[in-house]
Design a protein around this ligand. Structure first.
Ligand code: ADP
Ligand code: MG
Length: 280
């Protein structure tokens, strides 16, 4: 039985089940397209996610994955039903309150990295900390620590174009964790990566999750989904299956079994060099 109370900021707080990070009950989302045209993107979702879980959300295109992610990420509101995030009933918040809780609780990782091209990795990770009002010395230390955690300590002064796709995504993860979020939401984070880089990114998520962060990962890739501890399968706006991953993929072990990356053959390197000299 939930107990309702108001905190000092007059935000409705629901004292919910201990250790629950996400509590979604009877949630639906209808996109009103006008002229009595409506898309029922989510049709009655019940989902409970404990703190420290690692869940994968899978389902075919159009099944409602992004809609559910946007609601979990406090970017959008449900049409009906309730959503409680880490004890706060977010489905009743206004835009400012929603933004405040999003900044405090959630780190986003996107398929396209969304790094600013003119800033180096360190500056990209520092940027949200400037908006949080952190003093310079503190935010530099926080950003360097986050970059170290994702294995980019030796790339902090590189701009996105000077990083591989996998390194760019790891920089984006460093940015997502720099504000110490309770949850990381990742929508198709390996969609633009080769299999080794994708595996390295999954290793970072698994490390972070082992450190206590709740991870919610959307993917259409069954191999990537197997890195989570629990899989939610969406179908046409409802949860079709909610299963424990019994044969979980551990990225560190998968990487050990992958063939080593060989440097490009010398002949190819010199051809590339000649081409780039020609172009420039
Ligand atoms: P997925 O991410 O699984 O591909 P989405 O959540 O993007 O699915 O979409 C679920 C359904 O809602 C689809 O039928 C889609 O066309 C519709 N939809 C998604 N976003 C909007 C929107 N902003 N306006 C109208 N319909 C939308
Ligand atoms: Mg989608």
């Amino acid at each position: 039985m939930a107990v309702h109370a108001r905190d000092r900021r007059h935000t409705l707080i629901v004292r919910s089940v201990d250790g629950m990070m996400i509590e979604i009950k009877g949630l639906s989302k209808v996109y009103d397209m006008g002229r009595s045209n409506a898309v029922r993107a989510l049709r009655g979702i019940d989902l409970f996610v404990g703190a420290g879980e690692f869940i994968g959300i899978m389902g075919p295109s159009g099944s409602g994955k992004s809609t559910l992610m946007n609601i979990i990420g406090c970017l959008d509101r449900p049409t009906s039903g309730s959503y409680t995030l880490d004890g706060s009933l977010v489905s009743s918040l206004d835009d400012d309150e929603l933004a405040a809780i999003r900044n405090k609780k959630i780190g986003f990782v996107f398929q396209t990295f969304n790094l600013l091209p003119r800033l180096n990795a360190l500056q990209n990770v520092e940027l949200p900390l400037i908006y949080r009002g952190q003093p310079q010395a503190k935010r530099r230390a926080t950003a360097l620590e986050a970059l170290d955690r994702v294995g980019l300590a030796d790339r902090v002064h590189h701009r996105p174009t000077e990083l591989s796709g996998g390194q760019q995504q790891r920089a984006a993860i460093a940015r997502a964790i720099s504000g110490s979020p309770a949850i990381i939401l990742a929508d198709e984070p390996t969609g633009n990566l080769d299999s080794r880089s994708g595996e390295e990114v999954m290793q970072v998520f698994q490390d972070l999750n082992n450190g206590g962060i709740t991870v919610v990962l959307v993917t259409h890739d069954e191999n990537i989904g197997r890195h989570s501890k629990r899989l939610i399968r969406l179908w046409d706006g409802i949860i079709k299956a909610d299963e424990v991953v019994t044969d979980r993929a551990i990225a560190a072990s998968v990487l050990e079994r992958m063939p080593p990356v060989l440097p490009a053959p010398v002949a190819l390197q010199s051809t590339l060099g000649a081409q780039s000299m020609y172009v420039s």
